[in-house]
Design a protein around this ligand. Structure first.
Ligand code: HT7
Ligand code: ZN
Length: 889
């Protein structure tokens, strides 16, 4: 596929003011009539009307009612010659939703019609200038069979509905806001709605609806509550109000991603809507809250102000992820403060931040170190769907967070206000956003900061300190460098906010005073690292301090700091910053695990076990924090930290560490379990969730160690559980053990939930992610292969694919990378089978091998032919070709 470059952006010679769409919906032959009033763009030299169309049968095309003067077709691009200042173009197309297995454009799911248009799905519905910089007013008429599709929804307001001959009916929707085509949506299906009316801050009454299949109405309450919370939060935090009279969420079981922010008609993967205590874990509840909020927040950051082109994707995604992270932190803090006061609130915020950092390290750092590394604003792509990445989203959010840190809460809010005042109703660039931030903050020079938008790769910050006892001063040297990434050899220094504290030997933070300052200030302050190397001299100290750097994970960098075991243990015990306390535990655990994996240590160091014990036994600490601090670093992250990554050796080391920590500390883990009796009634609350997380972790360690009391407890809790959070926690512990009880529990779980698609995803994922604690058990691959034939599994359903194949390829490297190469051959088979149905999902699966060059030479030799096989396969999609081609470059 050709490479598309950011530098080649040009506005179109013609844009569209209004669109009138008529859909005659039919499963195999939907006819779409599209009347567009096209206007010449005064800023652009003469040129044709450009429309894109894909997988369409064109039935008719007229310009002002006549055949076009000229028509040129080049692949999916259609160029129509037109004169004058405005013309009406009418296109009639036929599409086959049933045959559309890509889940992009108009498709069928369980008998209903649904759309997904971001990024370029609208062109699979009709011919259109399908680019985000073309914003038009949409009027949509839907016509369908009343029995099959009693509910007809589109964006905006319902202005008319009625009966039609032949048991059909229609509905007409008008969206008052101009929008790009990627925000168009329709739903025609058999659904019911949970409704709520709320009054916005300016006193308007709005109708909120959550639409689901009939049997799921009892699982919508949490999504609705989350929506109301999000609406209030955006009013209070950013002064942003819902601009529509009606806001709808629709749940669909077949969906490529999490959810979609179509104007007024958000379409969601069922996974991020449906929850009730018997089927959803605490994590499910948390995810629903954050995804509902994320999509709602897009109404301003994405819809009212949208992206000029897809290279600017982080403009809406990075910013909206940052907003949803702040929202979740506020929600968690608010709930925690009710029971545990300000300390509880602070801890809840920290736990949320740790979660975000875990995701960044597990998903984005490896991406930044691989062949797909790209800046948060990429310079080129072959297939835009491959660029909905952890870099654009999660690192993008970190970049916004750094702006927030540098400008302060008020400065950031002022920048947001100015951004909306300048750009409401426009399609803009990341530069426009940062310029508004600068202008609202006394013109602060943010040009150097823009490098974060342009440079790929995770920066390294090397820190070292020198203590001068004679003067009571501590000189901290910081040096930054970013390793080369594909196509970007040279990197310039970035603006890196480094939040720092200095801890005295008594474990207490010292007030900080830099040389030249008259008095000491706060105990945490943000240093600005802007050069390749800088030094900072702190004075007035009574003793040599221990530095705590990058507090709150103040920048998305890798900190290189020489700390011996004792110092890590000290920070594990005393760092006042919970993120850094967690990070100290992670660093220590990483060191222990990697030494075992490399064979340079034979046993788990007793000092580590003791440091770990102190955290485990410190009942003053928030259980949610302890659960975070006592969980080992993610396997994907650790693999990237190995020189020649050996998944089998890493797996062996992780097992050893888990067995040791589970065995040596068994009494303490059992103490945790005794102290956290399962709740009689489930409630989604951070306090309860934290206690459950710690109890479930205790079960995991004890089960890993084969502790009989722990295994019995897991079994008992599994059987007695009144909610999914506990049932799943206990089941996960049993599955990750050598106990035969795991099979009994898996069968019981299946019997109970055989008809529940979302819960079965958990059942698939648990089996695909299983480590082999019992060497006599067959390789996990055999199990995964068997599950492909399970009646509940389908390659056509992305949730099933992500649960079974995604978990195996991404979350189970120890089993996936079997030395005989069977996993790699299986990967190629599955990627090719998926590619024939759904290239977007296939490409996501293909990405699970992109960092293959970090693996051992033997594994590379096994993987290369499989990559080549996929790339050479007949009908390899551009999506998969980009991923695999770059991996092989
Ligand atoms: N903005 C949405 C992106 C999305 C998407 C992109 C490509 C293909 C399918 C998709 N479904 C949703 C989701 C979001 O970030 O909110
Ligand atoms: Zn988004």
């Amino acid at each position: 596929a050709p490479t598309i470059r950011r530098a080649d952006y040009r506005p179109l010679p013609w844009t569209v003011e209004t669109v009138d769409l008529h859909f005659s919906l039919d499963a195999e032959a939907t006819v779409v009539t599209n009347r567009m009033s096209c206007v010449r763009n005064p800023d652009v030299e003469d040129g044709p009307i450009r429309l894109w169309g894909e997988a369409l049968e064109r039935l008719a095309l007229t310009v002002d009612g006549q055949p076009p003067a000229s028509l040129r077709e080049d692949g999916s691009l259609l160029e129509i010659g037109a004169s004058g200042e405005r013309v009406v173009v009418e296109v009639r197309t036929r599409i086959d939703p049933r045959a559309n297995t890509t889940l992009s454009g108009l498709y069928l799911s369980n008998g209903g019609f649904f759309t997904q248009c971001e990024a370029e799905g609208f062109r699979r519905i009709t011919c259109f200038p399908d680019r985000p910089d073309v914003m038009a007013r949409f009027t949509v008429t839907l016509e369908a069979d009343r029995a099959a599709c009693p509910v007809l929804l589109s964006n905006g307001n319902l202005v008319e509905e009625g009966a039609l001959p032949g048991d059909r009916h229609y509905a007409k929707w008008v969206d008052p806001f101009p929008k790009p085509s990627y925000l168009f949506a329709l739903v025609a299906a058999r659904l019911v709605a949970l409704e709520r009316r709320v009054t916005t801050k300016s006193g308007r009454e709005v109708l909120l609806q959550v639409w689901v299949e009939e049997g799921n109405l009892d699982r919508c309450g949490h999504a609705m509550d989350s929506l109301v919370h999000a609406l209030r939060w955006d009013e209070e935090t950013f002064g942003l109000e819902l601009d529509l009279d009606r806001f709808m969420i629709v749940a669909v079981a077949d969906f490529n991603m999490g959810a979609m922010e179509n104007k007024g008609l958000n379409i969601f993967n069922t996974k991020f809507v449906l929850a009730k205590p018997d089927t959803a874990t605490d994590l499910d509840y948390e995810n629903i809250e954050s995804v509902v909020a994320h999509e709602y927040f897009h109404n301003w950051t994405g819809n009212r102000v949208t992206c000029r082109d897809w290279f600017q994707l982080t403009l809406k995604e990075g910013l909206t992820v940052f907003r949803d992270q702040q929202f979740s932190a506020d929600m968690l803090a608010r709930a925690a403060s009710a029971g545990a006061g300000p300390e509880g609130a602070a801890s809840a915020r920290a736990v949320k931040r740790i979660d975000d950092v875990r995701v960044l390290r597990a998903a984005q750092f490896p991406e930044d170190a691989g062949p797909m590394a790209h800046p948060i604003r990429p310079d080129c792509y072959q297939e835009i769907n491959n660029f909905y990445t952890a870099t654009v989203y999660e690192k993008g959010a970190e970049v916004i967070r750094m702006l927030h840190t540098l400008l302060g809460q008020e400065g950031f809010r002022n920048g947001m206000d100015l951004y909306f005042s300048y750009h409401d109703g426009q399609a803009v660039t990341c530069d426009d956003f940062v310029e508004a931030m600068s202008e609202a903050n006394n013109g602060v020079d943010l040009d150097p900061f823009m490098r974060w938008y342009a440079q790929a790769g995770t920066p390294r910050v090397k820190a070292s300190g020198v203590w001068d006892g004679a003067t009571g001063s501590y000189t901290l040297s910081l040096a930054q460098h970013t390793p080369p990434t594909p196509g970007q050899a040279l990197k310039l220094p970035l603006v890196i906010p480094v939040a720092l504290g200095l801890i005295g030997p008594d474990g207490r933070d010292r007030a900080l005073r830099l040389e030249g300052e008259s008095q000491a200030g706060a105990t945490t302050r943000v240093l600005r690292l802007t050069e390749a190397e800088q030094t900072f001299r702190f004075v007035g100290l009574d003793a040599e301090p221990v530095p705590s750097l990058l507090r709150g994970f103040s920048a998305p960098v890798i900190l290189e700091l020489d700390e011996d075991d004792a110092r890590l243990a000290f920070r594990m015990a005393h760092d006042a910053d919970p993120c850094n306390r967690w990070d100290a535990a992670q660093r220590y655990a990483e060191r222990v695990v990697l030494a075992l994996a490399a064979g340079s240590a034979g046993e788990v160091a007793p000092a580590f076990v003791e440091a770990f014990r102190r955290l485990l036994e410190d009942a003053r600490l928030d259980p949610a924090f302890r659960a975070q601090a006592l969980a080992l670093p993610g396997e994907a992250y650790l693999l990237e930290r190995m020189a020649a990554a050996d998944p089998a050796a890493l797996r062996g080391a992780l097992m050893k560490v888990m067995r040791t920590l589970g065995g040596v500390l068994a009494a303490s883990w059992l103490g945790v379990l005794e102290a956290t009796e399962p709740a009689p009634v489930y409630r989604y609350h951070p306090g309860d969730a934290g206690a459950r997380a710690l109890a479930n972790l205790a079960l995991r360690y004890l089960a890993a160690a084969g502790d009989e009391r722990g295994l019995a407890c897991a079994q008992a809790r599994f059987e007695a559980a009144t909610n999914m959070a506990e049932r799943f926690g206990a089941l996960a512990a049993l599955v990750q053990s050598a106990s035969p009880a795991r099979e009994v529990a898996l069968a019981a779980f299946h019997a109970r939930y055989r008809d529940d698609a979302l819960v079965l995803d958990k059942w698939f994922a648990l089996q695909a992610g299983a480590w082999r604690w019992d060497a006599a058990v067959a390789p996990t691959l055999a199990r995964v292969r068997g599950l492909l034939d399970d009646p509940a599994f389908s390659l056509a359903n992305p949730n099933k694919v992500y649960a079974l194949l995604g978990t195996f390829f991404r979350a189970n490297p120890g089993e996936f990378h079997a030395a005989d190469g069977s996993g790699h051959a299986f990967w190629a088979e599955q990627v090719m089978a998926l590619d024939a149905k759904n290239p977007q999902v296939a490409a996501r699966m293909a990405r699970t091998l992109e960092n293959w060059r970090h693996l051992t030479a033997a594994l590379q030799a096994s993987i290369r032919p499989q990559l080549e096989r996929v790339l050479a396969s007949e009908g390899c999609s551009p999506d998969v070709a980009e991923v695999v081609g770059k991996a092989l470059e």
